[in-house]
Design a protein around this ligand. Structure first.
Ligand code: PLP
Length: 412
C-alpha cells in the first residue's frame, strides 16, 4: 500500500514557470497587458484555429460561447448529461433551456442519433463534451448542426491536444472551449479559452469578457485615447497577464504532457487486459475507456467502468477499498439532470431513468489517477491496487475459497 495518497489529478510547475510569473509581477502590466495576446496567439497557433480568446475560467469561456452563439430566453441547447455541471449551466446563465440527450455506450460522448431526436424549432446550439479527452462524434454532430442551423460548441475542457482524424480539436466546431484548471493538461491556476475560425464570433467573445466594451484598455493607452463605448452587456471575465505568463510557459510542456498521459493510458490498458483469476470475458470485471477509429484522445481522465454483474460488491465498496490503498480515485460524473437544482427546476425532463446509458455509466464509473507528473512507480501502484481490490471482489468461488474466513476486503 502507498504511504501517501496519489491524487486523481495534479498540476506540475517547473522553476521556469515560476520565473515567468515573477517577471510579469515585476512588469507594468498585471492584467490587460501584452501577455494576454501572446498567450492567445500561441494557443490559437498550437490548436490550429484562427482566433483564441482567453477567459478567467473554462466556465466563463462556456458562458462567452453561449452568448456569442446568440443563446437567449426561449432557446434550447442540446447537450450531454454526463459532464461537469458548468457545461449545462452556461445555457441557464443565458436564460435558455438545456435539453439533454443520452450518450453512446462506448465513448460516453453525446450520441448523435439521440441529439437528432431532441432538435426542435427552438434549438439554438449543440454543446458536445469530449468526455475524458476523447473527441465527441464531431463529424456527425456538425452535419446535424449544419442541417438545423444550430451553432456547434465543443466543450473540450478535457481534450486539449486530442486529435480527430488527424486534426487537433480547436477548429472542428464553431467554437471550442478549454479549461486551464490545475488538473488539466496546462494550467494557469484558473483560466479558460475559446477558439474559433470566425472573426465575428471572436470579436463578440472579446467584448463579452470585457464588460461589453468595444476597445481594449492597452490599445487606448497606446493610442493616447480615453474614449470607449459599451456595446453589449458583458462581464469582467478577463484572464490576467500573471495567469497568461504561466500559460505561455506551460505551453512549452504541452507535447511532453500529452505524451506522458498517452503512455500512462497505454500502460493501464495493457495491465488491465488481465485480472488474476479471471478467465472468461463474461467474468471480466471492468470496461476500459474506448478509443474510436481515427481518434487520439488527450486522456484528461482515465475512467473505468465496473462490470457490477461480475463483482460481489457495488461501486462504493470498491471506491472505499481503493482509497484505503491510498489511490485517489474519483467519480466523473453525477449526471447533471440528477443534481437537486436540475431536478427541482426541470421536474419533467430531469427525471431519473430519462438517460439510461449515462445513468448506468454513472453507477459504474471510477476515474483512476491520470496526470502527466505520475511516475512509473505511481502507475504500478495503481495497477497493483486495482488488481488486488477488484480481483478480490470478482465473483469467483475458486478465488474466494483461498481466502476462507474472510468476510470482506481488509484495508491494510
Ligand atoms: C467538461 C467541463 N466543462 C467545463 C468545466 C469548467 O472549467 P473551469 O473549472 O475552468 O471553470 C470543467 C471543469 O473541470 C469540465 O470538466
Amino acid at each position: 500500500m502507498r504511504e501517501k495518497l496519489l491524487p486523481y489529478g495534479r498540476q506540475s510547475l517547473d522553476e521556469d514557470d515560476i520565473q515567468s510569473v515573477v517577471e510579469t509581477l515585476r512588469s507594468d502590466w498585471l492584467t490587460t497587458g501584452p501577455k494576454v495576446g501572446e498567450f492567445e496567439e500561441a494557443f490559437a497557433d498550437w490548436v490550429g484555429a484562427r482566433h483564441a480568446v482567453s477567459f478567467s475560467s473554462g466556465t466563463a469561456a462556456l458562458h462567452g460561447a453561449a452568448f456569442a452563439a446568440g443563446v437567449g430566453p426561449g432557446d434550447e441547447v442540446v447537450t450531454t448529461p454526463l459532464t461537469f455541471c458548468a457545461t449545462a449551466n452556461c445555457v441557464l446563465y443565458q436564460g435558455a433551456t438545456p435539453v439533454f440527450a443520452d450518450v453512446a455506450d462506448d465513448t460516453l460522448n453525446l450520441d448523435p442519433r439521440k441529439v437528432a431526436k431532441k432538435i426542435s424549432p427552438c434549438t439554438k446550439a449543440i454543446i458536445a463534451v469530449d468526455y475524458a479527452g476523447h473527441p465527441a462524434a464531431l463529424d456527425e454532430l456538425r452535419r446535424i448542426a449544419e442541417k438545423t442551423g444550430a451553432v456547434l460548441i465543443e466543450d473540450a475542457c478535457h481534450a486539449l491536444g486530442a486529435e480527430f482524424h488527424g486534426k487537433r480539436v480547436g477548429s472542428l466546431a464553431d467554437m471550442t472551449v478549454f479549461s486551464f484548471h490545475p488538473v488539466k493538461h496546462l494550467t494557469t491556476g484558473e483560466g479558460g479559452m475559446v477558439t474559433t475560425d470566425s472573426p465575428r464570433l471572436a470579436e463578440t467573445l472579446r467584448r463579452f469578457r470585457n464588460h461589453g466594451i468595444s476597445s481594449e484598455a492597452r490599445d487606448r493607452q497606446e493610442a493616447g485615447q480615453w474614449f470607449y463605448e459599451m456595446v453589449l452587456l458583458g462581464f469582467n471575465y478577463r484572464l490576467t497577464d500573471i495567469a497568461c505568463a504561466l500559460g505561455l510557459s506551460q505551453m512549452g510542456k504541452l507535447e511532453a504532457n500529452l505524451t506522458r498521459r498517452r503512455e500512462i493510458a497505454r500502460e493501464y490498458a495493457r495491465a488491465f487486459r488481465d485480472f488474476p483469476g479471471v478467465e472468461t470475458d463474461a467474468d471480466f470485471p471492468v470496461t476500459l475507456p474506448a478509443v474510436r477509429e481515427g481518434v487520439n484522445p488527450a486522456w484528461h481522465l482515465y475512467p473505468i467502468r465496473l462490470n457490477l454483474e461480475a463483482l460481489s460488491v457495488g461501486r462504493s465498496e470498491i471506491f472505499r477499498a481503493l482509497r484505503a490503498e491510498n489511490i485517489g480515485v474519483n467519480v466523473h460524473y453525477i449526471p447533471v439532470h440528477l443534481h437537486p437544482y436540475y431536478r427541482e427546476r426541470f421536474p419533467v425532463t430531469a427525471r431519473e431513468g430519462s438517460f439510461p446509458i449515462a445513468e448506468s455509466a454513472y453507477e459504474r464509473l471510477i476515474s483512476l489517477p491520470m496526470f502527466h507528473a505520475m511516475s512509473d512507480e505511481d502507475v504500478s501502484d495503481v495497477v497493483r491496487a486495482i488488481h488486488k481490490v477488484i480481483g478480490y471482489y470478482v465473483k469467483d468461488e475458486r478465488l474466494h475459497a483461498l481466502e476462507s474466513g474472510h468476510s470482506g476486503y481488509k484495508h491494510v
